[in-house]
Design a protein around this ligand. Structure first.
Ligand code: BTN
Length: 275
């Protein structure tokens, strides 16, 4: 069987009931997220998959670009209509991160971790990213587009330098991986978790368990400057819970996190943690 990423191949043996059952495939497009947003506004069916071999304006978090050599990555977006409040949209990023990590681990045997808020890591290097874009009224989400970019069959040295050093599955394994099998494994796991979300389950505890930074002394560079403290956990809406040196708890909703040098006094003792 061909392992080309055609609509027919993707659908064959997919085993989902709605995720990836309606497919828009492009050899090249500006951004699968942009296309998915247009489709969601026009009422595309839930689970619609927008997938491309190349993007000319791939979007990353914080207005950054997402680069990938043509024909060797996974670049796709899914359209979802979750019955959730706007502040719960981060649950989609969480369940997607967990589904992607599980799929890579089961297919390759590599250990995958996550980095708040949306990075997928192998040995501390970024192998992929998730960009969740939502539209809502004050009370409910209208639609959510979850975009996933994964570095698969090329060398990270082909990419421009990024905030977090990059890796690819090819670099990690020394051989190519079937993008088709990996995509199908991700879609199946994503659907299973999405159905659990719809039944009321929430993923922040499991997600926090897979995040690299929890328990570490970190600094988070955000719009309001740099915040430092111990990363204690994550809230239901995806905020990173940081305990500052003065014992104050901050909930950070955006920023770039990295491990920081410990302050002279070391970790505060005998303090209740709310993670
Ligand atoms: C990040 O780490 O900043 C998120 C990157 C998300 C990139 C993917 S590639 C497929 C989809 N379409 C886009 O334009 N962006 C996402």
């Amino acid at each position: 069987m061909s392992s080309e990423l055609s609509r027919e191949n993707i659908r064959r043996g997919l085993g989902t009931s709605f995720i990836g059952q309606h497919i828009l495939y492009y050899p090249s497009i500006d951004s699968t997220n942009l296309r998915a947003i247009q489709e969601a506004r026009a009422g595309a069916p839930e689970g619609t998959l927008v997938i491309a071999e190349a993007q000319t304006a791939g979007r990353g978090r914080l207005g950054r670009r997402w680069y990938a050599p043509a024909g060797s990555s996974l670049l796709f977006s899914l359209i979802l209509y979750p019955p959730l409040k706007p502040q719960e949209a981060a649950q989609l990023t969480m369940l997607t991160g967990l589904a992607v990590a599980e799929a890579i681990e089961s297919l390759t045997g590599l250990a995958v971790s996550l980095k708040w808020p949306n990075d997928i890591l192998i040995r501390g290097r970024k192998v992929g990213g998730i960009l969740t874009e939502a539209s809502s009224t004050s009370e409910k989400l209208d639609y959510v587009v979850v975009g996933i970019g994964l570095n698969v069959n090329f060398r990270a040295s082909e990419l421009p330098e990024m905030a977090t050093p990059a890796t690819t599955l090819f670099d990690e394994l020394g051989c190519e991986v079937s993008r088709l099998q990996l995509l199908q494994a991700i879609l199946a796991r994503l659907e299973a978790r999405y159905l659990r979300l719809r039944s009321g389950e929430r993923f922040q505890a499991e997600w926090a368990g897979k995040l690299e930074t929890i328990g570490q002394y970190v600094e988070v560079a955000g719009a309001d400057g740099i915040q430092r403290g111990w990363a204690r956990g994550v809230s239901e809406d995806g905020a990173l819970i940081v305990e500052r040196e003065d014992g104050q708890i901050a909930q950070l909703s955006a920023g770039e996190v990295r491990t920081a040098a410990l302050p002279p006094a070391g970790e505060p003792q005998n303090r209740a943690h709310n993670s």
